[in-house]
Design a protein around this ligand. Structure first.
Ligand code: 7RM
Length: 637
């Protein structure tokens, strides 16, 4: 990437932004032209129709994203470290993989996949821990033109098989096992179980990680190291069309069936390359670390593709924040002199609960920019992050985006946009957010809340849901015709900064009043004894819906007067929102069911509140599936 599009300061941001809105095609045309390598340029920058949700960027361009991630860096950055692999166990040595080595490994892997029958357009499901082979396999698929679908390696066999079946994958890449903290997971046996329900899978390639004993099925299962040993390094990258799918990534929807979001090649590449450079203020010798799992969009875009497109050094961390001790993140920052650190509010909150001595033991002075993603970051966590980790000198980039958006849409630019706690601030160039009211009318004034939509397509937007374009139209383009509907609510302040307030599908109508769960939860969380809470609605004879609150306390003590706490909580809500928002039932829980990225699974809580225990969908995709039984058993009637 050249330096042409690094936004320099606030006036420069406004100038770029204006240009990008006045003529988006011209804006992206120039970025695509000057910062990437192509086999062939496009005949048209953009063609789109919002009603049929038909979006094509860089029409007829030919390229391969791995040429942009690897080949073009070899002459100038061949010896530079592309990937730092930090293993789960700190006693195990870190690995430093140069751009040249990564190129060689990806070439070998692409040759292996090809020799196993994988062709352009085929789907490959990847079920691997956070090890370099995961990145290598994804890039090898992209080099060959196969569509990768990474399934988070904490998901159950039923989640694996339903994804394999949905995209009809013939090849699965997995490992014998995986390390997570003090635990070992048997990934290969989970795949074996999944394949009972996915008999179409022809080949399973197995990475050796834990060296545990696994069953290998003759003719179907192969050890990857044996295949790689014989494979040549060079693999000429396959010529891809701009709109050829690059990957499918499943994300949960409001129904149990996950949506296979399809991202295509050119637009995704341009958008991720550009946003990585700007949002993290990436400079040549920086060491960038995003703690997400690659099995999540954040990992795809901002551990793998974004950094490599920019020739950056990216850390892949196999472990968990609290292993062997709660200072692992801070230790790794010190060890590798990390300059950009990107994590989730849920991780920040859990580490903020630990003694600050864990942080103070470490030299974090290498840090320049720190980031947050995945859910709204509350004021308390924002300040802890700013004070203890950023030492008040690192801008916090509170980045708002979605699996569907491919990359970051609303975020401060470090050293450019003044930050404001809990605000994702301003849209990136090319992004046109709009707030819509319930009558589908655009809210033009500031200091208003509304449904967050995006007016104009950007290059990174997902193009469809695999096998179900109608569901894509219905989910994202129907509610507000002509616009992409994010499903989130937002507040725009007096200067035009956006604060994401949470999912608006969590709006509950009580006695005809529209109540958002987010503000109620915020006021509950102000109670000094409360750590976290979640509100759902359940049917009520009189009010239509009533409110059921799940409340997690900071300290669990049998001696606490629960009835009194309930009163205090309702008193707080009553004062801050109004008596209409008081909770009808309050259940104290030891934790809330969450996805890996820290999002509360309200669908399950809603069912429990309703007393419907019949079909929770697949709970194995939760971070803490065991909590579901506890909550069910202690449900308040
Ligand atoms: C990247 C990612 C998307 C949903 C999104 C929001 C919530 C994400 C923020 C946020 C407030 C943020 N993809 N969300 N980032 N809310 N502030 N900075 O998380 O598809 O897994 O989730 O996450 O509700 O719609 S995702």
């Amino acid at each position: 990437m050249s330096n042409n599009y690094q936004v320099q300061n606030l006036p420069d941001y406004f100038k770029q932004y204006k240009k990008s809105i006045k003529n988006p095609k011209k804006f992206w045309d120039k970025i695509a032209d000057e910062n990437f390598v192509w086999y062939q340029r496009w005949s048209k920058v953009l063609e789109y129709d919002m009603e049929s949700a038909n979006i094509k960027w860089f029409k007829n361009a030919k390229l391969n994203i791995t040429k942009n991630c690897l080949d073009r860096h070899l002459s100038t950055r061949g010896d530079k470290t592309a990937i730092i692999f930090e293993p789960n166990n700190p006693e195990e040595e870190a690995r430093y993989i140069s751009y040249q080595e990564l190129y060689d490994e990806v070439g070998k892997m692409a040759n292996v996949l090809q020799s196993q029958g994988v062709k352009k357009g085929d789907r490959v499901v990847i079920y691997l821990p956070m090890i370099p082979e995961l990145a290598i396999t994804m890039l090898a698929c992209a080099r060959l033109g196969a569509i990768h679908s990474v399934v988070f390696a904490g998901f159950s066999s039923s989640a694996v098989s339903s994804r394999i079946n949905d995209c009809d994958a013939k090849v699965v890449v997995t490992s014998d096992g995986s390390y997570r903290g003090a635990k070992t997971l048997d990934l290969k046996s989970i795949v074996d179980e999944a394949l009972d329900k996915s008999p179409q899978v022809e080949k399973v390639l197995v990475v050796k990680r834990t060296n545990q004993a696994v069953k290998m099925k003759e003719g179907r299962d192969f050890w990857l190291d044996e295949l790689l040993e014989k494979a040549p390094k060079d693999f000429v990258s396959v010529i891809m069309d701009a709109e050829d799918p690059l990957f499918i990534l499943y994300t949960s929807g409001s129904t149990g069936k996950p949506k296979g979001m399809v991202h295509t090649t050119a637009g995704y590449m341009v958008y991720i390359g550009y946003t990585f450079k700007n949002v993290f203020n990436y400079q040549e010798n920086d060491v960038y670390w995003c703690t997400a799992d690659i099995g999540w969009i954040t990992g795809h875009s901002y551990i793998l593709y974004g950094p490599l497109l920019n020739g950056a050094t990216t850390v892949i961390f196999e472990g968990v924040p609290t292993y062997p001790q709660p200072d692992r993140f801070w230790e790794v920052i010190e060890k590798h002199k990390v300059t950009q650190f990107y994590t989730a509010p849920t991780a920040i909150r859990s580490l903020a609960k630990e003694s600050v001595e864990w942080v103070d033991k470490h030299d974090l002075s290498s840090l320049k920019v720190i980031g947050s993603v995945g859910e709204p970051i509350n004021e308390e966590a924002w300040h802890w992050y700013n004070d203890q980790i950023g030492k008040k000198k690192c801008p916090i980039v509170d980045t708002w985006w979605q699996t569907e958006t491919g990359g970051i849409l609303i975020s401060p630019l470090p050293f450019v946009t003044p930050t404001k706690p809990t605000y994702a601030t301003l849209p990136l160039p090319g992004i046109q957010p709009v707030l819509m009211n319930e009558k589908r009318i655009e809210i033009t004034e500031n200091q208003q809340n509304g449904n967050l939509c995006i007016r104009f397509p950007w290059p990174g937007i997902a193009r469809t849901i695999w096998g179900d374009h109608q569901r894509y139209i219905d989910t994202y383009f129907k509610a507000f015709p002509g616009k992409y509907f994010t499903g989130d609510g937002a507040l725009r302040d007096e200067v035009g900064y956006y604060r994401i307030t949470g999912r608006v599908d969590d709006v509950i109508i009580v006695s005809g009043h529209n109540l958002g769960t987010a503000p109620i939860e915020d006021s509950i969380n102000e109670h000094p004894a409360v750590a976290e809470s979640a509100i759902v609605g359940y049917p009520h004879d009189v009010k239509g819906n009533a409110l059921y609150g799940y409340v997690m306390l900071k300290e669990v003590g049998e001696d606490r007067d629960k009835e009194n706490l309930r009163k205090e909580i309702n008193h707080l809500i009553s004062e801050q929102i109004g008596p209409i928002a008081k909770l009808d039932k309050i259940q104290f829980v030891s934790s809330l069911p969450k996805t890996r990225s820290g999002k509360i699974m309200r669908r399950i809580l809603r069912k429990i509140a309703e007393g419907d225990f019949s079909n929770f969908g697949d709970t194995s995709t939760l971070l803490n599936p065991e909590i579901v039984d506890e909550i069910k058993n202690q449900r308040i009637n």
